[in-house]
Design a protein around this ligand. Structure first.
Ligand code: G3P
Length: 218
């Protein structure tokens, strides 16, 4: 399973990269705004900065909602760097645009996905990645991980190449559950990735080993 980090924060991207397990980055307009990055030029420059830092897939989201606008914006984003993946919302014009962009070998990430029906359309259109928002599904008392399982099953039955990228991850358990049901990718806040490290028995065991080492070398 690939690990992406879901942020536009350069320090956090660096920290995940330094851990040696980072396979890519996803962003969205809200994450950009959270870092205070506004205005088209600043946003585009920031994407390039992230691409140069990670040298792997970086999802950059369009803000157009009509077919022509999505295509134009998609081409502008894709031209920034070879690692850009054009992130397109799951709307009618978005599906049409994904079909068009993928037929031109431009990588796409279909975002704001909340159902298996939407996942089918994105796969038919040739999306490279599909982003179901599992935390937001959980927020509505439905089961986000179950949605990942359902979509992964459908994709494997039909051999769709679209990679299931579980998004809106909120905690380390989400990551483990997504791994159990066969997600291809998880995109996570840094805190959820780092949370995977924690186990009290590891801390207790390490403290004991170090204590015994000191005794033996006293
Ligand atoms: O990848 C999508 C993510 O950024 C949304 O997360 O926590 O706002 O649902 P959240």
């Amino acid at each position: 399973m690939k690990f992406f980090i879901d942020t536009a924060n350069i320090d956090q991207i660096k920290e995940a990269k330094d851990l040696g397990i980072l396979d890519g980055v996803t962003t969205n307009p809200s994450l950009m705004a959270k870092e205070g990055i506004t205005g088209e030029k600043n946003i585009l420059d920031h994407y390039v900065k992230i691409c140069e830092l990670v040298k792997s897939d970086v999802s950059a989201e369009v803000v157009s909602t009509d077919y022509k606008g999505i295509i134009e914006e998609g081409h502008r984003l894709a031209a920034l760097h070879p690692n850009i993946v054009v992130k397109v919302p799951m709307i009618k014009d978005g599906v049409k645009a994904i079909k068009d962009l993928s037929s031109q070998n431009i990588k796409t990430n279909c975002t704001l996905v909340f159902s298996a029906g939407q996942a089918l359309l994105a796969a038919k259109a040739g999306a490279t990645y599909l982003s179901p928002f599992i935390g937001r599904v959980d927020d509505t008392s439905w089961d986000g991980v179950q949605l990942i399982q359902q979509i992964s099953h459908i994709y494997s039955v039909y051999g769709y190449q679209t990679q299931v990228l579980a998004a809106s991850i909120r905690n380390p358990l989400h990551i483990v559950k997504c791994a159990e049901v066969g997600a291809d990718v998880v995109t996570c806040p840094l805190s959820s990735i780092m949370g995977l490290l924690n186990h009290p028995l590891t801390d207790i065991g390490l403290a004991k080993f170090l204590e015994d080492y000191k005794k033996g070398n006293a």
